[in-house]
Design a protein around this ligand. Structure first.
Ligand SMILES: [Zn+2]
Length: 345
């Protein structure tokens, strides 16, 4: 069979969704993969092709790779472009859209995983880590319809902080290119909002987190692939972003929850003024926590009497990690504290 050139989607989340299909193809074909996120496939027998698209964080990540990683695809390779749009999402999910372009060999079941990510740079000094993705807008791809109301993420972040989690806000903001929709960093113990963490560090932090909360985005497939409890607050544009579009029946979604607006808009328009109100947000949040067996940490000055003990996945850090963590440049709006060393105070 001729070599296969797969031009993948450039979204980080899409690239995680696509991983089992690329992995399966690499078992039977000589696969050349165009992606700005080669780290996601580091354990697969692939060769990587450097693409060129005007997307900021992707271009930055591609530039971080060793130059020798990138190869020229062979002439005569069969080419597949992994992409999905309105037509695919009208018929099915994101995963089905990808699968329609790169089907699995007979008898192969997709399993969503990630390769070894290395140590997390985040040291919480023993308290459970909650990672918050704030609601942002991006000039290059302005999907304001999909976003949830930012105050909802703030509310849950505040709840977690008050109950003793080490709350870390992660984003990669840049003036004029990506900004906080409501202009505020959610309640937190630390905020790394200028892309301080590499993609691997960010995903390693998600892997070790007790919970991740935010709007629709890469946190959904990352949480699924890493087995991390993830609570996604839905906004609108449900024709592309309803739970059944973002998941697949073959995934273990037992740790994933969604907060659903009262009148969830099923449109497919990135600019629609979708109704996004979730009057019962906090009861949806507490229902999910119960169903996901998600518990508040044991030792917190703020925790309520009678709560179940046993926070999940407390982060431990080695001396080496601590050293690296504390030498990270301190930037952003929380510059009075060393960013990755989170206290719960
Ligand atoms: Zn709408």
């Amino acid at each position: 069979m001729s070599p296969l050139l797969v031009r993948s989607m450039w979204g980080l989340g899409d690239s995680i969704y696509a991983r089992p299909f690329i992995a399966a193809a690499s078992m039977v074909r000589d696969v050349w993969l165009e992606t700005p996120w080669p780290e996601l496939y580091a354990d697969l027998p692939l060769r990587f092709v450097k693409g060129d698209r005007p997307l900021r964080t992707q271009t930055l990540n591609a530039a971080r790779q060793p130059p020798g990683l990138w190869r020229q695809p062979p002439a005569g390779a069969q080419e597949i472009r992994l992409a999905y749009g309105n037509a695919e999402l009208a018929r099915g999910s994101v995963v089905q859209g990808i699968e329609s372009k790169l089907p699995l060999p007979a008898g192969v079941k997709p399993v969503w995983t990630l390769p070894e990510l290395g140590a997390s740079p985040i040291d919480t000094r023993g308290s459970p880590l909650a990672i918050i993705r704030p609601v942002t807008r991006r000039a290059e791809w302005d999907n304001r319809a999909r976003n949830c109301l930012p105050g909802y993420v703030d509310e849950i972040a505040g709840d977690l902080k008050g109950r003793g989690f080490s709350v870390l806000v992660l984003a990669d903001l840049k003036v004029g290119e990506e900004w906080l929709e409501n202009g505020r960093i959610p309640p937190s113990n630390a905020a790394l909002t200028n892309g301080e963490l590499s993609m691997r560090q960010m995903l390693a932090a998600v892997r070790d987190a007790a919970v991740v909360v935010g709007p629709v985005g890469w946190i959904v497939p990352a949480g699924l692939a890493l087995g991390t409890r993830t609570f996604c607050v839905l906004g609108g544009q449900g024709g592309h972003n309803a739970p059944e579009k973002l998941t697949d029946p073959r995934m273990d979604c037992s740790r994933l929850g969604f907060a659903m607006p009262k009148e969830f808009c099923r449109c497919t328009d990135m600019q629609h003024s979708c109704p996004k109100a979730i009057p019962d947000l906090m009861s949806q949040w507490s229902d999910w926590r119960r169903n996901a067996r998600f518990r508040f940490p044991r030792s917190s000055a703020h925790s309520q009497a009678g709560r179940s003990p046993g926070g999940q996945s407390s982060v431990s850090a080695t001396t080496r990690q601590k050293a690296r963590a504390t030498t990270m440049p301190t930037t952003g709006n929380m510059s009075n504290m060393p960013p990755p060393a989170l206290g719960t105070g």
